[in-house]
Design a protein around this ligand. Structure first.
Ligand SMILES: NC(=O)c1ccc[n+]([C@@H]2O[C@H](COP(=O)([O-])OP(=O)(O)OC[C@H]3O[C@@H](n4cnc5c(N)ncnc54)[C@H](OP(=O)(O)O)[C@@H]3O)[C@@H](O)[C@H]2O)c1
Length: 257
């Protein structure tokens, strides 16, 4: 993709899951990548797998709930690679709590990680950026949600608004966009899933399958690249078509045997 070769990318929450694949994709596109998260062993494993492919990455430990860690992470990125071109705000957590049962701890856990850190990381990043792009990873929960996804769903809706404000305030030099993934199969989301439920989920997605981290990495890379040079303040849903379904009982089974 145009513009990623020789760029510097910081991908938060890249010790595993979607973020690790985003980091791999940017490195594959020719970027030098900072992998980050709290779990040092997993972070070093992600970096090792990128380097095994002949690409460039380093691990910098940071807890995104800690404002000082966020500032130090951005500084370390700029010092390591001489600047910063792409920030991917991706580190996220959720609690399976309802709006009436969620506690202050649940609220702070989700808002500090998934919301405040996105803003703080972007705020520090733009000070180091001379052009480039920010991609905020939100969710399809920004639009529709399920029981006991609070305050995650509210925060993910807020990220869309955060992107609008940043696109206006950081232009014309830095573009800011959101990707809204749907059901993505990673360790966390599939470890307790039986085969029957997985087949059901596949049958109700118009693409006939669950998403992969690679699916999301491709969308993030596109939004960060010069190929998306006229796109800012936008949100791009990557959910296998699930969000356009009005009523499940009208659907054929999309699952491919
Ligand atoms: N998977 C899906 O179906 C799906 C769908 C829609 C949106 N999303 C979004 O995609 C993003 C990635 O999620 P995922 O599904 O890949 O989840 P995951 O596998 O659980 O990965 C979450 C990442 O966030 C990092 N993280 C969490 N808390 C952190 C903290 N306090 N400080 C630093 N890093 C922290 C984790 O690293 P450490 O634990 O090492 O700190 C890990 O690298 C999230 O924003 C999520 O909301 C996922």
């Amino acid at each position: 993709m145009r513009g990623l070769q020789n760029s510097v990318a910081l991908v938060t929450g890249s010790t595993r899951g979607i973020g690790a694949e985003v980091a791999r994709r940017f490195a594959h596109e020719g970027a030098s990548v900072v992998v980050t998260g709290r779990t040092e062993e997993a972070g070093h494993e992600t970096v090792a797998s990128i380097r095994e492919d002949g690409d460039e990455a380093v691990f910098v430990r940071a807890d995104m709930r800690d404002p000082d860690d966020i500032a130090a992470l951005v500084t370390a990125t700029a010092e390591e690679y001489g600047g910063l071109d792409v920030l991917v705000n991706n580190a996220g957590v959720e609690t399976n709590t309802s709006a009436d049962e969620a506690t202050m701890d649940d609220w702070e856990f989700v808002l500090e990680t998934d919301f405040r850190a996105y803003w703080l990381c972007a705020k520090h990043a733009v000070a180091e950026m001379d052009g480039g792009a920010i991609v905020n990873v939100s969710s399809n929960h920004a639009f529709l949600t399920m029981p006991e996804m609070f305050p995650y769903n509210a925060v993910k809706a807020g990220i869309n608004g955060m992107t609008h404000g940043m696109a206006i305030d950081f232009g014309p030099d830095v573009r800011v966009n959101t990707v809204n993934p749907g059901w993505v199969a990673i360790e966390r989301t599939t470890e307790n899933m039986d085969e029957e439920y997985r087949e059901h989920l596949e049958s109700i997605h118009p693409v006939g399958r669950l998403g992969t981290p690679e699916d999301i990495a491709g969308v993030v890379a596109f939004l960060a690249s010069d190929d998306a040079g006229y796109v800012t303040g936008a949100h791009l849903t990557a959910d296998g078509g699930r969000s356009v379904v009005m009523q499940d009982d009208t659907l054929p089974s999309y699952r491919k045997e």
